[in-house]
Design a protein around this ligand. Structure first.
Ligand code: LLH
Ligand code: MG
Length: 386
C-alpha cells in the first residue's frame, strides 16, 4: 500500500531578524531583534517529511485542527491537485479563517515531501525548464535613513552598487506612507530618472510604485517611465479594479504588470490576462495559494503569449523557474544598503538563492525545495508546537 499522510505539525521558534515592517507593512532595516517563525512539517507513513517556513499566524492550531488535518491526514501525499482543491473548497464556508497563505504552505510542504521522497529537486519535478535564472535587485521602499534610501540620489547610488555586484535589472519600491511627504508622483519620477542616469541604458529597470495612486496619477507616472525606458510598471493602483488597469494598459506603451496582491488565485489572473488589464501577468506562491496554482498561472500566461513574473523570493518561488520559460526574472530582495541579504538567518545554514557575479541564481540541486534548515537550532529555540 502506498504511503499516506501521517502527521501535520507546526513548531514556532525564535530567531533573529535585522529588518522589520512599519505601520503600513513595508519592510525596512532595523537593529537585530527576536522574531517568531513557524516550521510546518508534513510527514507520511514511510517517514518522508516535507517542510516549509511561514508565519505562526497563518498556521495557527485551529487552522490545522479545523482544516488541514481533516483534509489531508490519511490521504496520498502525491495527490496534490485533489488535496489543494479540497482545501480551496473549504475556504468558501470558512469565513476567512482558512487563508490562501495556509493553503500555500500546505501545498509547498507537499511538494517538498514529494521531492525528498523521489530524491529530486522540486524545480525538476515541475519540468526542469532551466538550471538558472536571472535575478533582479528589488529594493526596499524609500525611507528617511541616512545613507539608506532617503533621496533620489540614494536610490541612484544603490542601483549603481547593485549593477556593480552583478544584477542586470533593478526594481525600485519608492516612498510610501507612513514616510512623510509620501506618496509623490514627482519624487517617484525624480528617483527613477536618477537611477536611469546612474546605471545607463543597458540595465532593465522596473518601478513598483505606491499602490493607491489615482488613474491620472498612475498615467502621468507611467508616461515618465516610458520616457526613461523602464521595463515594467507595477501596482500603481488598487488591484481590485481590473477596469482601471485595463484603462491604464490601453494608454501606455510600457508593459503594465499585475496582479500581485489580488485575491482569487489563478482565476483572477485569468481575468487580467483575458481582458487586457496587464501586459505581463504576476503570480507567486504566497499570493495564489501555493506552487500548484502558481504553475497554472504561469502556463495560463504562456498560452496568451505573455510573460508571468513571480512575486517574492524564497525556495518555492525559485522552484517555479523549473516550470516554464516565461518567468524571466527572479525577485531577489528586498534589498537595502544597510542590509546584508546574503547573510543566512540563524535557522538556516545557507540561503537558497545565492547569486553569482553575472546576476544568475542557480536552482538548488538538493531533493525537495532546497531549504537548508538548521533543524538543531529550530529544535533548541522552539517555544510552542501543535
Ligand atoms: O509595498 C511594499 O513594501 C512592496 O510592494 C512589497 O510588498 C514587495 O513584496 C513587492 O511588492 N514586491 O514586488
Ligand atoms: Mg510588487
Amino acid at each position: 500500500m502506498s504511503a499516506t499522510i501521517l502527521s501535520i505539525e507546526v513548531a514556532v521558534f525564535t530567531t533573529v531578524a535585522k529588518t522589520a515592517v512599519d505601520s503600513h507593512g513595508h519592510r525596512h532595516p532595523s537593529g537585530a531583534h527576536e522574531v517568531h517563525e513557524a516550521l510546518l512539517t508534513i510527514t507520511d507513513t514511510d517517514g518522508a517529511a516535507g517542510r516549509v517556513l511561514g508565519q505562526p499566524d497563518h498556521v495557527r492550531e485551529s487552522v490545522l485542527d479545523r482544516y488541514l488535518r481533516p483534509a489531508l491526514l490519511g490521504q496520498d501525499p502525491f495527490a496534490r491537485e485533489r488535496l489543494w482543491a479540497a482545501l480551496a473548497r473549504r475556504q468558501r464556508g470558512a469565513g476567512g479563517s482558512l487563508t490562501d497563505r495556509a493553503l500555500g504552505l500546505a501545498d509547498c510542504a507537499l511538494w517538498d515531501l514529494a521531492g525528498r521522497r523521489l530524491g529530486l529537486p522540486v524545480w525538476k519535478l515541475l519540468g526542469g525548464a532551466r538550471e538558472r535564472i536571472s535575478a533582479y535587485g528589488s529594493t526596499m521602499c524609500g525611507d528617511e535613513i541616512p545613507g539608506g534610501l532617503a533621496t533620489p540620489d540614494d536610490f541612484a547610488a544603490f542601483a549603481r552598487a547593485l549593477v556593480d555586484r552583478g544584477y542586470r535589472a533593478v526594481k525600485l519600491h519608492t516612498w510610501m506612507p507612513p514616510i512623510p511627504r509620501a506618496p509623490s508622483v514627482d519624487r517617484d519620477i525624480e528617483a527613477c530618472a536618477a537611477v536611469r542616469d546612474a546605471v545607463g541604458p543597458g540595465v532593465d529597470l522596473m518601478l513598483d510604485a505606491y499602490h493607491w495612486y489615482s488613474r491620472t496619477e498612475a498615467l502621468r507616472l507611467g508616461r515618465a517611465l516610458q520616457e526613461l525606458d523602464y521595463y515594467w510598471f507595477e501596482e500603481p493602483m488598487d488591484e481590485a479594479s481590473i477596469a482601471s488597469y485595463r484603462w491604464l494598459a490601453d494608454r501606455l506603451e510600457i508593459p503594465v504588470i499585475g496582479p500581485e496582491t489580488s485575491g482569487g488565485k489563478n482565476f483572477t489572473r485569468a481575468e487580467w490576462a483575458s481582458t487586457g488589464a496587464c501586459d505581463i501577468l504576476r503570480t507567486g506562491v504566497t499570493d495564489v495559494g501555493g506552487i500548484t496554482p502558481a504553475v497554472r498561472t504561469l502556463h495560463l500566461a504562456e498560452a496568451f503569449n505573455m510573460d508571468c513574473e513571480v512575486h517574492g523570493n524564497g525556495s518555492a518561488n525559485l522552484a517555479l523557474a523549473g516550470s516554464c520559460l516565461n518567468y524571466r526574472w527572479y525577485e531577489r530582495g528586498l534589498l537595502h544598503p544597510h542590509v546584508d541579504f546574503d547573510e543566512p538567518p540563524p535557522h538556516l545554514h545557507t540561503i537558497v538563492d545565492a547569486m553569482d557575479d553575472d546576476g544568475f541564481v542557480t536552482l538548488p540541486p538538493q531533493p525537495g525545495l532546497g531549504d537548508d534548515f538548521d533543524l538543531d537550532y529550530i529544535k533548541a529555540h522552539t517555544i510552542a508546537s501543535w
